[in-house]
Structure formats: structure tokens, C-alpha cells
Design a protein around this ligand. Structure first.
Ligand SMILES: Cc1cc2nc3c(=O)[nH]c(=O)nc-3n(C[C@H](O)[C@H](O)[C@H](O)COP(=O)(O)O)c2cc1C
Length: 410
């Protein structure tokens, strides 16, 4: 199934209505509220807490949605546009629509073979998949499931640089088109839904497949074993030692998978570590965006990690507007956190995003119907984007501009 085959807009509607005439309702609901409710019913309490939960009182998640609600789409009439072109190109990755699947760790909570199913759904639709550093299936297996379909890799900077280099090399070897480095998770945010259940997937060995399949990591763990048996410790092993403990000996201990001291100096070494385009994820302040591009990265993702890190953080859509003003039209700027529908994608593009990352909605599709569920969520969102373009008068992605929006200044 490719996007061409599943069709966009009207073709997608036709499939659903034709099935309806035969007495079949969509297994995967076509609006977000029903999708979310259905996924919740399909999930365990702990899985739901982790995937749907957020930081603190959940205000950042609310802020993300409220920011979308502050903008209204103003369609133009009688524009005479019949066909639309949703394709776009991002850092050398050709895409059927301006959307990628966000990196999501610990997906096993939602379904078995989670990353393989997501990878196959991405390949079937042509939408690029950003494979997570905290995945449940090794990146090589995800890539094998995708054939030549586009994939990126998302890295968390480990406390040991040999692991960083090893993960980057593996990403290059699996044919990743770009490397996303996530900056906003140097430690886990305060997440009451998980805390109230005393539940963290990593302590159960869920979401550590990129490490346990990694040669550099294996070398560290065996060094560590030797040092422990010699009665010595190695300070440089830091968080990796904790990870080792979790996987081998001490389930239940906190996982520090990411370097808490990550700085611009680390990022400055990236260019020498990889030939891939570099994209920094988690940027919210215009000064950080400016600095990133000054350093020479190819792109950024404006993101607050779906409201999972800081309570009452700025909505990523609000940050996008300020960042676009700061860096100008040229640099590649992606957005995530709060994308739920095709109309949201339209709004984000109109406010300056070159593309968006889809997060929780595709995980909900996975929980409801596995690979097919992810495909349906992707197809529905792209169909709605297409219909929104048809009804507003945008023939291509480049046509979607702020002129189509009312932000109260009308
Ligand atoms: C369950 C879950 C796990 C996630 N794991 C990762 C991850 O491993 N790496 C990462 O960069 N972002 C991760 N994210 C953040 C997503 O990439 C993305 O920024 C976020 O889902 C966007 O918010 P939204 O889903 O509310 O739209 C995760 C998000 C969720 C919901």
C-alpha cells in the first residue's frame, strides 16, 4: 500500500464510505478523540500512563493544543484548483507528504514487534520513519523491514562517546538519510502518571534494543564486569553502568540513558562524527535555533517532546513562530508536539514548518490494529491535509502560507 494506492482525500473517503455501505466501520477511528479513547481501551494502565502521560500537571500538552486552537484557517473560494501535489523534499529525503513518524521509544507497551510494524507501515505509505534510540527492535531489523523506504535515526547522546560513534555508524550503515539528535531529554521529566504507578518501561528492559544490539555497548559492559570483579569502578561509564545493571542485575533501578552534561561543545564534534545531515530536536528558544544553524546543522525540530519533559513549557507551535522570525525562511525547521489532524499539519506549515513529525496518534493506531492501524492513521491525516488544501485553494505544499490563517489579527 503506497500513499498513491490508498489515495488521498477523496479516494480515502471513498474507501471508507464504500466499506460503510457493505456494513463495515473503520477499525481505526478517523478523528483524534475517538482514536485516543479506542487506544486507551486497548492498552494496559502502565502502557497508557507512559505513552499518553506528560510532565507535571499536563499543562504543556494543553498548551500545545491551545496554540493550534488560537489559529483559524481562512479558505479562499473559486480558485479552480483540481489536483494537489503534497510531495516535498527534506534534506535529500523525498516524501509523499510533509510528515515523518516521530521517534518513539518503548513502543512494545502498545504492541509486540512495535518498531517492525511501524517500519513496515512507514514503508507501505512512503512516510519516513525516524527510528528511536530507545527502540524495542534493533535499527538493522527495522531497516530490513523497510526495504529502500526512507528512514532517519534519532540519537540520544550517551555518556560514553564510543557508544555515540557506534550508533551513528550503524545509522549510516542502515542507510539513514539523516541523524536527529534529541537535546531535551538529558534526564526524564517529572511524570506523575508513571510515578503514581511506580512504572518505567526501561527498568523492565523495554526500550533498550539499540544498546543491547550494540558492539561498543557490549565492550563497555564486559569491561564493567571485569572492573566489578576486580573491585574497581570506572567513572567514565556513568549512566551506561546503570543501564548495564538494569539489563543484567538490578531491574527497577533508574535508567540514565542520556548524557546529563550534554553541551554545545559535544554538538560541535558532530560534523566530524558523521556525513549525514544533522537535525537537532527539542529546540524552543530562538537563540538556540540561531546558534544551531550558526554551528552548521542542517535542520532543527521545534519540539517540547509532546509535553513529557517540563510542565507548562511553551507550546511548540508558539515557539515555531518566533523561531521562524529569527532564522528566516531558508533553514529547515520541523515541528512536533500536538499534531493530531491534517488541519493541524496545514496550520503548522502555514506558520513556517517545512514538515511535521507525527507522534502519539500513530502509536494509538498501533495499539488498536498493529501495522494496519499505523497505516490508517497516516492515511487519514494525509487525506485530511489533502482535503484541507483542496478546500482552501493550496495546490502544493509551498502554497500553504500564513495568508490562509487568522490569528486574531484579522
Ligand atoms: C511514548 C513516547 C516515547 C517517545 N520516545 C522518544 C524517543 O525515544 N526519542 C525522541 O526523540 N522522542 C521521543 N518521544 C517524543 C516524540 O518524538 C515527539 O516529540 C512527541 O511524541 C510529539 O508530541 P505528540 O505525540 O504529543 O504530538 C516520545 C514520545 C512518546 C509519546
Amino acid at each position: 500500500m503506497t500513499i498513491q494506492k490508498i489515495g488521498r482525500g477523496r479516494a480515502r473517503q471513498s474507501v471508507v464510505y464504500r466499506d460503510g455501505a457493505l456494513g463495515r466501520r473503520p477499525v481505526v477511528p478517523t478523528d483524534f478523540a475517538t482514536l485516543e479513547a479506542s487506544a486507551r481501551r486497548a492498552s494496559s494502565a502502565k502502557a497508557w500512563a507512559y505513552v499518553a502521560g506528560g510532565a507535571g500537571e499536563g499543562r504543556t500538552m494543553n498548551n500545545n493544543r491551545a496554540a493550534f486552537d488560537r489559529w483559524a484557517i481562512v479558505p479562499r473560494m473559486t480558485h479552480g484548483i483540481r489536483g494537489r501535489d503534497l510531495t516535498t523534499d527534506l534534506l535529500g529525503t523525498a516524501m509523499p507528504a510533509p510528515m515523518l513518524l516521530a521517534p518513539i521509544g518503548a513502543g512494545l507497551l502498545m504492541d509486540k514487534d512495535c518498531d517492525l510494524k511501524t517500519a513496515r507501515a512507514a514503508a507501505a505509505t512512503g512516510v519516513p520513519y525516524v527510528i528511536s534510540n530507545q527502540g524495542c527492535d534493533p535499527m538493522e531489523q527495522c531497516a530490513a523491514a523497510m526495504g529502500y523506504a526512507p528512514r532517519w535515526f534519532q540519537l540520544y547522546w550517551s555518556t560514553d562517546d564510543s557508544v555515540v560513534d557506534s550508533l551513528i555508524t550503524r545509522a549510516e550503515n542502515i542507510g539513514a538519510f539523516a541523524l536527529i539528535v534529541t537535546l531535551d531529554t538529558t534526564c526524564l521529566g517529572w511524570r506523575p502518571q508513571d510515578l503514581n504507578l511506580g512504572s518505567l518501561p526501561f527498568t523492565q528492559g523495554v526500550g533498550i534494543a539499540q544498546y543491547t544490539s550494540d558492539a561498543a555497548f557490549a565492550r563497555l559492559t564486559s569491561q564493567h564486569r571485569d572492573q566489578v570483579s576486580d573491585g574497581k569502578t570506572a567513572a567514565s561509564l556513568g549512566a551506561l553502568r546503570t543501564l548495564l545493571s538494569i539489563t543484567r542485575n538490578h531491574p527497577g533501578r533508574f535508567l540514565a540513558y542520556s548524557n546529563p552534561g550534554l553541551s554545545w561543545d559535544h554538538l560541535a564534534t558532530l560534523r566530524d562524527r558523521t556525513r549525514l545531515p544533522i537535525v537537532l530536536k527539542g529546540i524552543l528558544h530562538p537563540d538556540d535555533a540561531h546558534r544551531a544553524f550558526e554551528m552548521g546543522v542542517e535542520g532543527i525540530v521545534v519540539s517540547n517532546h509532546g509535553g513529557r519533559q517540563i510542565d507548562n513549557a511553551v507550546a511548540s507551535l508558539d515557539a515555531l513562530i518566533r523561531i521562524r522570525d529569527e532564522v528566516g525562511r531558508e533553514p529547515t525547521v520541523l515541528l512536533d508536539s500536538g499534531i493530531r489532524t491534517g488541519a493541524d499539519v496545514f496550520t503548522a506549515l502555514a506558520l513556517g514548518a517545512d514538515a511535521v513529525l507525527l507522534g502519539r496518534p500513530y502509536m494509538y493506531g498501533l495499539a488498536i490494529a498493529g501495522q494496519r492501524g499505523v497505516e490508517d492513521v497516516i492515511a487519514n491525516i494525509i487525506a485530511e491535509l489533502d482535503l484541507t488544501m483542496a478546500l482552501t485553494g493550496a495546490a502544493s505544499i509551498g502554497d500553504i502560507t500564513r495568508d490562509f490563517l487568522d490569528g486574531g489579527d484579522w
